[in-house]
Ligand binder design. Structure first.
Ligand code: HEM
Length: 374
């Protein structure tokens, strides 16, 4: 199903459910077994509250500051190197920032290994063969690591009263008042860490957009304050990431001449909805200004799902994604200068998730002291 009306139907919880919908191979790699993505009704709401309790304005600002600090530290090192692969660096930047934010200790010697594992889980979601198995191993390793941290936190005496994600998830109780077992707690925490690293895909697309649309860069430097937000939204609308989400009918019904039998698996086409010509004028043109007049419907712009954040399955990390992208875009447009050498920037649309083939190489990085975040 595709389009605004279809999205509105898809997020009707009386008609659709998620329990048992994600294939095992996706649970074993991208989502984790027992994750919030496959829950419904009261247990889902309770788990969702746990995620949303970490999304206050202050908490997101703290993560954005941590990410900005990492951008500056990394760029200082890039200035001493001939060239770097932006995507790989952005994954590490985000991994470091989110681990500090979440209260997850990350030894310097482990940064590359842990980052690679988060990336492998994301890469494996829609893969078969070696890519799938790499993701599975990465998930097992990461769940072991995070599960161990949850156990350590629970063994602390006196218990810590820190409010970071590790503590919140370790103390979280389900709808029956029980603590999550350490595997489920690890799956929950990884559901914050992994997708924050995934923002590197959008950061790389943002870099590509800045390069291919120099007029956007000029407007970012001199234009209206809202332009940065429109630019980030257009990156999320225009470039491909997760193409679809799945649910199953709870009962049979008819809609617009279609019959939906009970128990039917249905996909909502996120990418298609974000490129639907009934909703977006010239959808295949990159045009941040279109967001000046966006009506903020919960169902016409759905790169991270649609509907309500609190009651439905819409991504609770949307605000983090937007803020961290805004910080990265500010830094890439005003905080540093760089050259973009000849490289293969083609995007293979049959790969999920996809990225420019060269992963965006930048050269001769120079820092600009004006590169502060507003
Ligand atoms: C690259 C940026 C991201 C993309 C493209 C993305 C995309 C999505 C999509 C498509 C969904 C499914 C919506 C649905 O099932 O209807 C989702 C759910 C979710 N996302 Fe994100 N996400 C991103 C970043 C984040 C971040 C930064 C976090 C947390 C810090 C996060 C945490 C989650 C969680 C926990 C769910 C499950 C929600 C539920 O089932 O109720 N995501 N995301």
């Amino acid at each position: 199903m595709s389009g605004e009306d279809a999205a509105s139907l898809f997020y009707d919880e009386e008609r659709f459910e998620r329990t048992g919908v994600a294939p095992l191979r996706v649970q074993e790699t991208l989502f984790g077994r027992g994750g919030v993505q496959g829950m419904d009704d009261l247990p889902h709401r309770r788990r969702k509250e746990m995620f949303l309790s970490l999304m206050s304005v202050e908490s997101i600002a703290r993560l954005a500051d941590l990410s900005d600090g990492q951008w500056r530290a990394y760029a200082t090192r890039w200035a001493k190197r001939d060239q770097v692969v932006l995507f790989d660096e952005a994954c590490e930047i985000l991994c470091r920032a989110v681990c500090v934010w979440a209260g997850v200790p990350l030894a310097e010697a482990d940064v590359q290994k842990r980052t690679r594992d988060f990336v492998a889980m994301i890469e494996a979601g829609a893969a078969v063969g070696p890519r799938h198995w790499r993701g599975r191993l990465a998930r097992n390793r990461t769940e072991g690591w995070i599960g161990g941290l949850v156990n350590q936190v629970r063994a602390q005496s006196p218990p810590s009263d820190e409010g970071d994600a590790l503590q919140v998830i370790a103390r979280h109780r389900d709808a029956q008042g029980r603590l999550l077992n350490s595997e489920l707690a690890a799956v929950g925490l990884i559901n914050l860490l992994r997708p924050t690293v995934a923002i590197a895909w959008y950061v790389t697309f943002a870099a590509l957009a800045l390069y291919q649309h120099p007029e956007c860069r000029a407007r970012l430097l001199t234009g209206e304050a809202e332009y940065r937000e429109w630019f980030v939204q257009e990156v999320r609308r225009y470039y491909p990431f997760f193409p679809a989400v799945a649910a199953r009918t709870r009962k049979e019904f008819d809609w617009k001449g279609y019959h939906f039998p009970h128990g039917t698996r249905v996909l909502l086409d996120l990418y298609g909805t974000d490129h639907d010509a009934r909703l977006w004028e010239r959808p295949d043109v990159f045009l941040p200004e279109r967001f000046r007049h966006w009506n903020r419907s919960a169902f016409n712009f759905v790169p991270q799902g649609g509907g309500e954040h609190r009651t439905g399955h819409r991504c609770p990390g949307e605000w983090i994604t937007i803020e961290l992208m805004k910080g990265a875009v500010a830094f890439m447009s005003a905080g540093m200068h760089f050259d973009v050498p000849q490289q293969d920037l083609r995007i293979n649309l049959s790969r999920i998730p996809t990225i420019p083939k060269s992963r965006f190489v930048i050269k001769q990085v120079r820092l600009n002291s004006r590169g502060e975040r507003e």
